[in-house]
Design a protein around this ligand. Structure first.
Ligand code: SF4
Length: 256
C-alpha cells in the first residue's frame, strides 16, 4: 500500500478537482517513474545538499546544469552565500542537526523530514524544512511566503501539520516545526517561521486525511483517471507512451 506523503495529499486534492491527471500520479507514485526537477527545484536541492549533505528524493547528488563555459549558472553559486548564515541561524538558536532526510512512517502516513534537530535549550527534537524561493515576501501568489498570508495557504502549511502529526506518532510529543526560507533572488534575504498550530488543526488534518484515504482507495481500486490537458500533456514526462495525450486545448466554458 502506498503511504500518504504531504505531496501525495496535495496531488490527490488536485486530482479530485480534475486539476491533475491521474495517470501522472500513478506514474510518479506507483510506477516509480522519475519526473525531472525544474531548474528552481534543482536550485533548492543543490542548496540543501551543499548546506546539509542531503541528497535528492531519489538518493542522487543534485547536479546543476553546465554552461558552455563549463561553469554553473550564476544563481547556483549565489545561493551558496546563504550557507554560512544558515549555520549561524542554527548556532544562535541552539539547534544541532541530528539527522537529515529522515523518513518517518506510521499508520500509512509518511514524511521525509529535511532536518531533525535537537533544541539544546530543552533537549527536545524539532523539525526543520529548508526552502529556497523567489517569493519570500509575496502575498498573492499561492507559493508566496508573506507571513500575513500564510494562514490562507493550505498548500504551504499542510507540510508542517503532516510532519507534526508524524512527530507525535514517532516521539509521543509534538515537535516544533520551522521553515528556514532563503531567497533565490538575492543573497541577503532569509526568514525563519515557527509554525504554531491552532487547537483544532490536527483534528481537521485527521478528518481531511480520511477523505484523502478514500480518494486514494477509490483510484487504486477503480484505476486512476486521465485528465488530458494540452498544457500539461506537452510537458508530461510520460507523453511518448501515453495513449491519452492531447496537444489540442479543451474548450472551457466561461460564465459571465
Ligand atoms: S500525457 Fe497527458 S493524459 Fe497522458 S499522463 Fe501526461 S498529462 Fe496525463
Amino acid at each position: 500500500m502506498k503511504n500518504i506523503t504531504q505531496s501525495l495529499i496535495k496531488e490527490l486534492e488536485k486530482y479530485e478537482n480534475k486539476k491533475l491527471c491521474g495517470l501522472q500520479i500513478k506514474a510518479k507514485y506507483y510506477d516509480n517513474i522519475k519526473f525531472p526537477s525544474s531548474e528552481v527545484q534543482l536550485l533548492g536541492q543543490w542548496f540543501e545538499y551543499k548546506a546539509t549533505g542531503q541528497k535528492d528524493r531519489y538518493g542522487n547528488i543534485p547536479e546543476p546544469p553546465l554552461l558552455k563555459s563549463g561553469k554553473y549558472p550564476k544563481k547556483f553559486y549565489d545561493i551558496l552565500e546563504h550557507i554560512d548564515p544558515f549555520k549561524k541561524i542554527l548556532k544562535e538558536n541552539n539547534f544541532e542537526i541530528i539527522e537529515t532526510g529522515k523518513r518517518i512512517i506510521h499508520r500509512g502516513l509518511q514524511g521525509d523530514i529535511d532536518l531533525v534537530l535537537k533544541d539544546k535549550k530543552n533537549d527536545k527534537i524539532v523539525f526543520g524544512d529548508i526552502k529556497t524561493t523567489g517569493l519570500l515576501n509575496d502575498k498573492w501568489n499561492e507559493f508566496g511566503w508573506d507571513e500575513d498570508s500564510l494562514q490562507f495557504k493550505h498548500n504551504l502549511m499542510i507540510q508542517a501539520i503532516h510532519y507534526k502529526l508524524l512527530g507525535i506518532l514517532e516521539y509521543e510529543y509534538e515537535p516544533d516545526f520551522y521553515f528556514f526560507l532563503f531567497s533565490n533572488k538575492n543573497t541577503i534575504e532569509r526568514k525563519i517561521y515557527k509554525i504554531v498550530l491552532n487547537d483544532n488543526r490536527l483534528e481537521e488534518h485527521l478528518s481531511h486525511l480520511e477523505k484523502i484515504f478514500a480518494i486514494k482507495k477509490n483510484a487504486e481500486t477503480n484505476g486512476f483517471k486521465a485528465y488530458p490537458n494540452s498544457n500539461d500533456c506537452l510537458k508530461c514526462p510520460i507523453k511518448e507512451k501515453c495513449t491519452e495525450f492531447t496537444d489540442v486545448p479543451v474548450i472551457t466554458d466561461i460564465y459571465y
